[in-house]
Design a protein around this ligand. Structure first.
Ligand code: HEC
Ligand code: HEC
Length: 260
């Protein structure tokens, strides 16, 4: 009886395996890993870094993944992407084999330890809502302003390096889709804010109080779109080195779904 149940169980698991592999069939295969590396460089490195050390997207060379640590977890996130973030879904434009090759490539390197941020996240949280004034423009867990991007899961979406750059050199790496619209009116007044729409005839922008403006080109002296940052650029000077580290530690810990 026990033997029959065991045989049945193993038959079922063979069936399941035929539908969905649990781990990459290419692990350890040099040639496939090379093909995975080539595909990675072409399609992933712009966000995750040429050696997977991270950038605009998280580091993938830690041997640890937020989505889960099995090959299948990694396969699924590449296949489906992460809706609502910049992580695209590759399922529709790639074959299963090619995704598995990339998984094997990501599995092939020595895990490199995560960068330690020697700051105090709780102190960083106080600076965020206090001295830094970050909460005037950014939301975390539905609290805060809406002028800048929501940072609720920023520690999960970005590498530490990107966070540091965003804080200290905001011009360096603008999030996609961000641009600034400036209108100069006939009486010399200007209206500036984050662009919502821009075309030959009109523009929409949101000013720092959150108010939406629709402006027709024919009604103003000039209407320009600029790819510059509206994030204040003086934090390198106005915050001490320790305060900068505290803020980084706080942001690194923002991983979505409630304060962690
Ligand atoms: C346009 C930028 C971009 C590109 C291109 C991109 N990613 Fe991502 N990826 C991201 C972002 C941002 C996240 C974090 C999403 C979030 O907030 O959860 C992410 C998340 C991931 C994760 C989950 C990480 C974890 O720790 O859970 C994996 C794995 C991943 N990407 C692999 C890839 C692979 C492989 C490719 C190429 C086939 C790729 N990505 C291309 C931006 C990108
Ligand atoms: C006046 C409004 C304003 C204030 C104050 C502000 N930011 Fe920003 N921040 C922005 C805007 C707008 C962006 C979007 C890109 C840009 O313009 O640089 C941004 C971008 C960012 C990003 C990058 C987000 C991404 O998706 O990559 C981070 C991280 C960030 N800010 C952190 C902070 C921190 C920490 C503080 C406080 C020390 C702060 N910001 C203060 C407006 C602000």
């Amino acid at each position: 009886m026990t033997a029959r149940i065991l045989a049945l169980a193993s038959a079922l698991s063979v069936c399941a395996a035929a539908q969905q592999l649990q781990s990459s069939p290419f692990n350890g295969d040099k040639e496939s890993i090379g093909a995975g590396r080539a595909a990675y460089r072409l399609r992933c490195s712009a966000c995750h870094g040429i050696h997977a050390g991270g950038g605009r997207g998280p580091a993938l060379n830690r041997g640890k993944f937020e989505v889960g640590d099995t090959d299948l977890d990694i396969y699924r996130v590449i296949e489906r992407g992460v809706p609502g973030t910049e992580m695209p879904a590759y399922g529709p434009r790639s074959t299963e084999e090619n995704i598995w090759r990339i998984v094997s490539y990501l599995r092939s390197f020595e895990p490199s330890p995560e960068e330690d941020v020697l700051g105090d996240a709780q102190a960083g949280e106080r600076i965020f809502w206090g001295k830094g004034g970050c909460g005037a423009c950014h939301r975390v867990d539905r609290k805060g302003g809406e002028f800048g991007p929501d940072l609720t899961r920023i520690g999960r979406s970005r590498s530490v390096e990107h966070l540091r750059e965003s804080l200290l050199d905001p011009e360096e790496d603008l999030p996609p889709g961000y641009f600034v619209v400036s209108a100069v009116h006939h009486d010399g007044r200007t209206t500036t804010g984050i662009g919502v729409a821009f075309d030959d005839f009109s523009a929409q922008l949101r000013d720092s109080t959150g108010k939406l403006h629709s402006i027709l080109r024919e009604e103003v002296r000039s209407l320009e779109r600029e790819y510059t940052s509206l994030m204040p650029s003086g934090y390198r000077e106005s915050l001490t080195a320790n305060e900068q580290l505290d803020l980084l530690a706080y942001m690194k810990g923002l991983r979505g779904g409630g304060a962690k």
